[in-house]
Write a protein that binds this ligand. Structure first.
Ligand code: 5GP
Length: 187
């Protein structure tokens, strides 16, 4: 049986990455993460081939030209995209696949794969989101400002998603998403 495709979106800094790691460590959900391509520079501690495939603009633009991406988007001046073949292979092996992607890319996947299960993660408040983005201390002020204004726009698009999960604590948000995945797997 083919695996199921899950899309997780939410504004930058909401904690998708941390929650994602917590979900992936739950063996019962049989979930595999799709590693994206990006042209942005690695943050401290990020590893090529684990967190992202960090590629050049030229490499990314070739991947677009050769139709190798299921979706892609420009986010704060960098490209981000999902490799198509890797996803198809995983789904055909019966694995459930999680895409952690921003809203423009998610829209493209919803169109191509209407059966995808869509989840949007929100912060408990906008003030909390700002605190989390600043707490990362890895980006200059202009990038922080761009991520914050982008977050305001992204928050309005939660209505396009089937499930909305509040990330008040990692434990609560992970549990809510695991419950969604387990519920879907039963059907
Ligand atoms: P960050 O730079 O914080 O790692 O990611 C910025 C945004 O890009 C996040 O919202 C993240 O979910 C999103 N993102 C990561 N990978 C992809 C991808 O393959 N496609 C799209 N459309 N967005 C992605």
């Amino acid at each position: 049986m083919k695996g199921k495709l899950f899309i997780l979106s939410g504004p930058s800094g909401v904690g998708k990455g941390t929650v994602r790691e917590s979900i992936l460590s739950d063996k019962e959900v049989n979930l595999t993460y799709s590693i994206s391509y990006t042209t942005r520079a690695p943050r401290n501690g990020e590893i090529n081939g684990v967190h992202y495939f960090f590629v050049s603009r030229e490499y990314f633009e070739n991947a677009i030209k050769n139709d190798e991406l299921l979706e892609y988007a420009v986010f704060v001046d960098n490209y981000y995209g999902t490799p198509k073949k890797a996803i198809d292979d995983l789904l055909n092996q019966g694995k459930n696949v999680l895409l952690e992607i921003e809203v423009q890319g998610a829209k493209q996947v919803m169109k191509k794969c209407p059966e995808a299960i869509t989840i949007f993660m929100v912060p408990p408040s906008f003030e909390e989101l700002e605190k989390r983005i600043r707490g990362r201390r890895s980006e200059p002020e202009d990038i922080v400002q761009q991520r914050l204004s982008k977050a305001k726009v992204e928050m309005q698009l939660q209505k396009n998603y089937k499930y909305v999960v509040v990330n008040d604590t990692i434990e609560n948000a992970s549990k809510a998403i695991i419950d969604i995945i387990k519920g879907v797997n039963k059907n």
